[in-house]
Structures are given as structure tokens and as C-alpha cells.
Design a binder for this molecule. Structure first.
Ligand SMILES: Nc1nc2c(ncn2[C@@H]2O[C@H](COP(=O)(O)OP(=O)(O)O)[C@@H](O)[C@H]2O)c(=O)[nH]1
Ligand SMILES: [Mg+2]
Length: 382
């Protein structure tokens, strides 16, 4: 596959260029109007950009030398590969949009735009094109409006209140799949509550399943000088909570169990069944694929968690699985964790951060950072 972009003063001239260079078998993938400053006296003028493709196996494509990496250094090869991948992705998205043409709920151009940012079709269908978007036709204005529609969609993601709960002691339990970072997140929050908020903190672990699990939290507890209780049953947990009835915050660590084993998850629910109200966080990793996030959410649903903490944002090159998950499930998000350092690498979730994560995904589109990336959206923290 060979994909090329041509710029011309009008569409006839662009099509002539495509035919001359790529032959009659070339397929037009995309046309758009762009604005540059090459008019008289540097004035802005509108031009047509056409992206066309030809298969190497076609009579015209055959015999042409495919792109060669020889002679490039590592950095150049990497950049060339990235550019190539972007072209292929773009081509596939355009193909997907053409195939679904009759069933698109938004114009084809919009569909391609959102897909480039990794938004899944199901979530694209939630987008309501603004009236301004329908009216604006010029290149730059249109791009800004498209971006604003995307930001409005992201703005519908719910953000949970920090430190939820009423006055008095707050009890938070952390559930989720193995290795997502529950224990590390608890250590970060314990330090924040104790040092920053000067609260009286107690830790309880019901994770007696894995050798070393208690030792891991115990190390953090000793460093921070907070008490740690180990509970093996609901009765144990009730007694531990009684011993710390004067604490401001109690953080409960649970065993990282396989979401695919319902018995494991039921056991956690059983241990956490105490008369005191417990606010449950579901901890998920931003590096997990969408299908696995949905499966984990479904199996941990039995512990009726109130909000989600996403970990390992630092490791996720693409945050679209996390964002698609939050849009699809409409569950509030509380915190993001961004590394292994305790306590620094944690931050309250914000819509601004979500927008930045999604917008950085598509580096082929220039992002107007100045005003759109802000704490937009009408929803109040829940
Ligand atoms: N890169 C990165 N690693 C993390 C983060 N949070 C936790 N980890 C690491 O993930 C691994 C598993 O963490 P742990 O807290 O034991 O997970 P748990 O099984 O869910 O309790 C450890 O090596 C942590 O240092 C994060 O935000 N970013
Ligand atoms: Mg753990």
C-alpha cells in the first residue's frame, strides 16, 4: 500500500496530480480544505488536500520501489515507521467509515476525526454535533469545532469527589485485579491523608492470600508510622475497625484476585460485609485493554464499588481504553496514579487531564491547547 497526500489550488488540479503520480487505479481516501498563508502578500488562502492510495500489487504500484529504510539512522527509521503506521491507521479508519457510511450517526469526516483519537464507534454515537459545527465550513474553524465536540464528549465523564463520605470516620476499601497497584495506591493515599491532611490514619489488610502481601503493606505502615491490622474474616475486620474507631480514615487492602474467578470476588465481598458503611474503590490499570476492563468491572460489580481509580498512567502509551471504558460505563473516576513513587505519584482525576491524555494520542492533528484544555464540562463532582 502506498499512501500520498497532494495539495492543490482546486479539486480538479488535485485529481490531475493524483492521476499523474499514482495512475488511474489510485483510490481517494480523503479530501479536505486547508488554509495556508501563501496568498498574495502572505494572506491566508484556501487549498485542497487530497490523500490517495494505491496497492503495490496493482499494475501501476507493482514495479515501484517500496519505501526503503536503508541509509537512515535509528531515530529517522523510528520516525518513518511511526509516520507509516499513522498513514495505515488513517487508511483503515477511512475504510471503516466508508463501509459503515449509511449507519454513521455523525458525518463521515467527524467519524474519522473521533476515531483518530481512539474513540470507539459506540461512544461516537453519543456525540451531538453542535449547531456551530453544522454551520461552519472553513478548515480551521471546523477543526476547532470538531475538537470542541470531542472535548464536550470527554466532559461527560464523571469525576468523583475527593475523600467521599460524611463527617466522622471514613472507611475505604480497594478492590481490583492482581497487580494493578492497590497496595501501592493505599500507601500513597495513607501518606497524603496523614502528612498533607494531618488525619489519623489506620490500615487494615484482608490480603492474607499471597505470601509477602502483609509484609509489603507493613513496610509502608512502619515508614509512615500508621497502625496496620490483619483481618481474615468479616468478624476479624469488625474487631479491627472497633480498635480504630477514633481514626479519621481507615484504608482496607484486599487480595488481588482474578476477576475471572467469581468465588475469589465473592470471598472479598464476604470479608468486607461489616455493619459499618464502607466506600469501595475499584482499582484498574490504564494499561489494560477495554475488553478486560469491562470484564473486571463486571466481576467486581458484586462488591458494589462507588468509583474507580486508574493506575499506571505513566505506562499507558494510549489512554483510549480507559476513556472509552469511562464513557461506556458512566462510572465516576477518583484518582490517577502515575508511577511507583510513594507518595508523589498520585493525583485527583480531572477532566483536563483526561483531555490531555486523549489529545496527545494523535500527533498528526495539531492541538489548539490554549483554551480548550481546561476543566470544561458541566457536571459537578459526584
Ligand atoms: N508504573 C507504575 N507502576 C505502578 C503504579 N502503581 C503501582 N505500580 C507497581 O505495580 C506493581 C504492583 O503493585 P501492587 O501495589 O503490589 O499491586 P496490587 O497487587 O494491586 O496490590 C508494583 O511493582 C508497583 O510498584 C503506577 O502508577 N505506575
Ligand atoms: Mg496488594
Amino acid at each position: 500500500m502506498n499512501i500520498k497526500t497532494f495539495i492543490a489550488n482546486n479539486s480538479q488540479e488535485a485529481l490531475r496530480k493524483v492521476k499523474e503520480e499514482m495512475g488511474p487505479e489510485a483510490v481517494i481516501l480523503k479530501t479536505r480544505t486547508i488554509t495556508d498563508s501563501g496568498g498574495t502578500n502572505g494572506m491566508a488562502r484556501e487549498r485542497i488536500e487530497v490523500t490517495a492510495a494505491i496497492d503495490y500489487d496493482s499494475p501501476v504500484g507493482r514495479g515501484k520501489e517500496p519505501f526503503s529504510f536503508s541509509g537512515l539512522d535509528f531515530h529517522e527509521k523510528w520516525e518513518a515507521l511511526e509516520a507509516r503506521l499513522r498513514e495505515i491507521t488513517h487508511f483503515l479508519i477511512a475504510l471503516e467509515a466508508s463501509t459503515a457510511d449509511g449507519n454513521l450517526s455523525v458525518p463521515r469526516e467527524h467519524y474519522i476525526y473521533y476515531r483518530q483519537f481512539g474513540i470507539i464507534p459506540e461512544n461516537i454515537h453519543r456525540i451531538r454535533p453542535s449547531r456551530r459545527l453544522a454551520a461552519s465550513s472553513s478548515g480551521l474553524g471546523r477543526k476547532k469545532e470538531l475538537q470542541q465536540c470531542l472535548l464536550d464528549l470527554l466532559g461527560s465523564i464523571k469525576i468523583a469527589k475527593e475523600s467521599p463520605g460524611s463527617k466522622g470516620r471514613r472507611i475505604y476499601a480497594f478492590v481490583g485485579p492482581t497487580g494493578v497497584g492497590k497496595t501501592t495506591t493505599i500507601a500513597k493515599l495513607a501518606a497524603l491523608y496523614k502528612i498533607k491532611k494531618r488525619m489519623k490514619v489506620a490500615l487494615v489488610t484482608v490480603d492474607t492470600y499471597r505470601i509477602g502481601a502483609v509484609a509489603q503493606l507493613d513496610t509502608y505502615a512502619r515508614i509512615m508510622g500508621v497502625p496496620l491490622e490483619v483481618a481474615d474474616s468479616a468478624e476479624d475486620l469488625r474487631r479491627s475497625l472497633k480498635r480504630h474507631e477514633h481514626a479519621d480514615v481507615v484504608l482496607i487492602d484486599t487480595a488481588g484476585r482474578s476477576p475471572r474467578n467469581p468465588e475469589d470476588v465473592s470471598r472479598i465481598r464476604e470479608v468486607l460485609s461489616v455493619p459499618e458503611p464502607i466506600y469501595h474503590y475499584l482499582v484498574l490499570s490504564a494499561t489494560t485493554e477495554l475488553d478486560n476492563l469491562l470484564a473486571a468491572e463486571e466481576s467486581f460489580g458484586v462488591v458494589s464499588f462507588k468509583s474507580i481509580i486508574f493506575t499506571k498512567l505513566d505506562e499507558a502509551i494510549d489512554a483510549s481504553a480507559m476513556v472509552n471504558f469511562l464513557l461506556k460505563r458512566n462510572k465516576p473516576v477518583s484518582y490517577f496514579t502515575t508511577g511507583q513513587n510513594v507518595p508523589e505519584d498520585i493525583e485527583p482525576a480531572t477532566r483536563k487531564r483526561i483531555a490531555e491524555l486523549i489529545l496527545r494520542r494523535n500527533r498528526t492533528i495539531r492541538v489548539e491547547h490554549s483554551h480548550e484544555v481546561r476543566e470544561y464540562g458541566s457536571g459537578q463532582p459526584t
